[in-house]
Design a protein around this ligand. Structure first.
Ligand code: ATP
Length: 577
C-alpha cells in the first residue's frame, strides 16, 4: 500500500504531492481531534464516579468535544479542498502533458494502439486518477491515521489494551495485504475491460454511417454489448474477490472490540483497572472499528490506482521522435531523399528511393494505388522515421530538427480534412493562433471560402461539428487550404482532391490551391493530368520504388507506366487503379 502511495505522489508531481502531504498532516490533526472523544467521555465518567462537581466535569467534557468537533470540521474542510485541488489538477496537467507528449511520439504508436485505447487513458484513466484515486489514497491514509491515534489514546490509558488493539490491527493489515494481492489480477482485468468498452463505443460511433448503410447494427451492437457485459462481469468479479476478505476484516475488528471490552471488564474485576478506564476502553473499542473499516473498504481499490498510474506512465514515458532535435532554421528548402527504405511493421513499403526536390519547384508524385506515394510524403515530413537512408531539408537531416522547427517548414492539405469542433475562425487560425480576424478573412478569401462562410448564420463564429460534420467535402477542403495559407510555410504537401469535386467546386479549389502554392515548394500527390502536366518534375512511384522520373514531355517519350496511364485515359479520371 505504501508503495502505491509513493507511486501516486510521484506521479502527481511536486506541487500536487505537496498538497496531498499537507492534507495528510491535516488528517493527522483531524485524527487526533477525533480521538479526543475518548478523554471527553472519560471526563464525564470521572464526574459520575467521583459523584461531585459533575457540572465542572461536564463543562470540561463539552470543552474537549468542542475542540474535537471544531478542529475536526476545519481539518476535514481544508483536507478535502487540498485533495480535490490536488486530484483534479493532477488529472488536468497530466492530460495536457499527455496530449503534448503524443505530438512527438512516432506514428507507429498510433498504428499499433487503437484510438479507443489512447482515449481511454486520457479520459477514463485520468478521471480515475483525479477523482477515485485521490479519494482512495486519502481515505485509506486517513483511516490508518485515525486508527493509530485511537491506539495512541488507548496506550496512554492502558498498555495491555493497546497491545490487544495492536494485535487486532496487525491481523487486519495482514488480511488487507492478502486481499490486495488477491485483487491484483481482477483489478487489472477491470481496468482492461473498461478500456475495451471505450474502444468499442468509439468504434461504434465513429463507424455509425457504415454500420447503418451496411445494416451492421446487429453485429456492431453485439460487439458493444459483449464489451459492456465483459465490463460488468469484470467489475462484479473484482468486488466478489474482495467480499470474503472484507468479511474477515470485519470479524477481526469486531473480535478485537469484543476482546477489548472483555479484557477491560476482566481487568476491572481483578482490580488492575479502574472502572473509569474500563468504560473508557470499551468505548474506544467501538471507535477503533470506524477508522479500520474505512481503510479496509477503500484500500481494496488501491491496486486500481496502481494500474491507472502505470497506464498513464506508459503513455508519458513513450520515446519521442525528436529527443535530440534542435531548433534549426534551414538556409534553403531543398529536399534530398537519399536511398531511403521503410516498412510498416515488417512489410516493406519504400524500397530504395532517392529524389531531389529543389526549393520553389513543383513535384508531382503519381502512381498506382498502394504504391507508396502517401508514405513517401509522410517520411519527408518525418511523420515516420526511415529505416535506412536519410532525408535532408536545407542540407540537414530531418532527424536533427526539433519537431516544432521542422513542422514550421511544412503545411499539409490532406484529402481527408479534419476540422475541430470549434468556430470556423479558430479552425483557420489553427495555422497561426496569433492571427487577427482581418488576416483570417484575407486567408479565407484567397482560399475561396469567404463567400460560403459569410452566408452561414454566425459567419466566422459558426461552430462546426466535430470533424467538420456540418460542411460539405469541398468546403472543408477549402477551409483546410485557408488554414495552410495562414501558416504560410515554405513547403506544401498536398494530396490533390479527386473526390468531392464538382465542376463549380473544382474551379474554386484550383484558385485556392494556386493562392496557397505561389512561390512555394510543392510536393503533390497528383491525380489529374492538368496539374501533373505543369509540374517541374513528375515522380512515378510503384511498389515502393521510383519507376520513372522527369517532366511530362520526357515521360511521354518513354514507354512506361506514365504514358500507359495517359494513353489509356485512366489518368484523366484518377491515377488509382
Ligand atoms: N499506417 C499504416 N500502417 C500499415 N500499413 C500502411 C499504413 N499506411 C499505409 N499502409 C500500407 O502501405 C502501402 C502504401 O500505402 P500508401 O498510402 O503510401 O500508398 P499510396 O500510393 O498513397 O496509395 P493511394 O493512392 O491509394 O492513396 C499500402 O499497401 C498500405 O496498405
Amino acid at each position: 500500500m505504501f508503495g502505491v502511495l509513493k507511486k501516486f505522489f510521484l506521479f502527481s508531481g511536486k506541487e500536487n504531492s505537496r498538497k496531498f502531504k499537507r492534507s495528510i498532516v491535516i488528517s493527522l490533526i483531524d485524527a487526533l481531534a477525533s480521538a479526543l472523544k475518548i478523554p471527553a467521555i472519560m471526563c464525564v465518567l470521572m464526574g459520575v464516579i467521583e459523584g461531585k462537581d459533575l457540572g465542572k466535569y461536564i463543562l470540561g467534557s463539552i470543552a474537549i468535544m468542542a475542540v474535537s468537533i471544531v478542529v475536526g470540521i476545519l481539518c476535514k474542510m481544508s483536507s478535502t479542498v487540498l485533495q480535490t485541488e490536488g486530484g483534479y489538477t493532477t488529472a488536468a496537467f497530466k492530460r495536457i502533458e499527455m496530449a503534448e507528449h503524443l505530438r512527438y511520439v512516432p506514428m507507429g504508436y498510433f498504428n499499433s494502439n487503437s484510438i479507443g485505447e489512447i482515449a481511454s487513458v486520457t479520459t477514463n484513466t485520468m478521471e480515475n486518477l483525479g477523482d477515485v484515486a485521490t479519494r482512495v489514497v486519502m481515505l485509506t491514509t486517513q483511516g490508518l491515521l485515525e486508527t493509530s491515534m485511537i491506539i495512541l489514546m488507548i496506550l496512554l490509558c492502558d498498555w495491555r489494551i493497546a497491545l490487544v488493539s495492536l494485535v487486532g490491527v496487525a491481523i487486519f493489515l495482514v488480511i488487507n495485504t492478502v486481499m490486495q494481492n488477491a485483487g491484483k489480477q481482477a483489478s487489472s482485468a477491470k481496468v482492461d475491460c473498461d478500456t475495451e468498452l471505450i474502444n468499442q463505443t468509439m468504434e461504434y460511433i465513429q463507424g455509425i454511417s457504415e454500420v447503418k448503410s451496411y445494416n451492421l447494427i446487429g453485429k456492431q451492437t453485439k460487439r458493444l454489448n459483449a464489451a459492456n457485459e465483459a465490463c460488468v462481469r469484470a467489475n462484479v468479479k473484482m468486488e466478489l474477490v474482495y467480499v470474503p476478505y472484507h468479511f474477515l476484516q470485519s470479524i477481526v475488528t469486531k473480535l478485537t472490540g469484543v476482546a477489548i471490552i472483555g479484557l477491560s471488564a476482566y481487568f476491572y474485576i481483578n482490580g488492575s483497572m479502574s472502572v473509569l478506564y474500563a468504560v473508557g476502553m470499551s468505548i474506544a473499542a467501538f471507535m477503533l472499528y470506524g477508522g479500520l473499516e474505512t481503510m479496509g473498504t477503500f484500500s481494496s481499490l488501491i491496486h486500481v490506482v496502481s494500474v491507472c498510474v502505470d497506464k498513464a506512465n506508459v503513455v508519458l514515458g513513450l520515446d519521442t521522435m525528436d529527443i535530440d532535435g534542435k531548433e534549426l532554421n534551414p538556409e534553403n528548402h531543398d529536399i534530398e531523399v537519399k536511398n531511403i527504405e521503410f516498412s510498416y511493421d515488417k512489410r516493406k513499403i519504400i524500397d530504395g528511393i532517392s529524389l531531389t526536390i529543389p526549393e520553389k519547384t513543383t513535384t508531382a508524385i503519381v502512381g498506382p494505388s498502394g504504391g507508396g506515394k502517401t508514405t513517401l510524403c509522410n517520411l519527408i515530413a518525418r511523420f515516420w522515421d526511415v529505416d535506412s537512408g536519410e532525408i535532408t531539408l536545407g542540407g540537414t537531416n530531418v532527424k536533427d530538427y526539433s519537431m516544432n522547427s521542422l513542422m514550421n517548414n511544412f503545411s499539409f492539405v490532406f484529402q481527408n480534412v479534419y476540422l475541430f469542433a470549434d468556430t470556423i475562425e479558430n479552425n483557420i487560425k489553427f495555422g497561426r493562433p496569433e492571427a487577427t480576424h482581418e488576416e483570417v478573412v484575407e486567408a479565407a478569401k484567397k482560399a475561396c471560402c469567404h463567400d460560403f462562410i459569410s452566408k452561414l448564420p454566425d459567419g466566422y463564429n459558426t461552430v462546426i461539428g466535430e470533424g467538420g460534420a456540418t460542411l460539405s467535402g469541398g468546403e472543408k477542403q477549402r477551409i483546410s487550404i485557408a488554414r495552410a495559407i495562414m501558416k504560410d510555410s515554405p513547403i506544401i504537401i498536398l494530396d490533390e482532391a479527386t473526390a468531392n469535386v464538382d465542376p463549380e467546386n473544382e474551379r474554386e479549389l484550383t484558385l485556392a490551391v494556386d493562392a496557397l502554392t505561389k512561390e512555394k515548394t510543392i510536393i503533390m500527390i497528383a491525380h489529374r493530368l492538368k496539374t501533373v502536366r505543369h509540374a517541374d518534375q513528375i515522380v512515378v512511384v510503384d511498389r515502393g520504388r521510383i519507376a520513372q522520373k522527369g517532366t511530362h514531355e520526357e515521360l511521354m517519350k518513354q514507354d512506361g507506366i506514365y504514358r500507359r496511364f495517359v494513353d489509356s485515359r485512366e489518368l484523366a479520371v484518377s491515377w488509382k487503379i
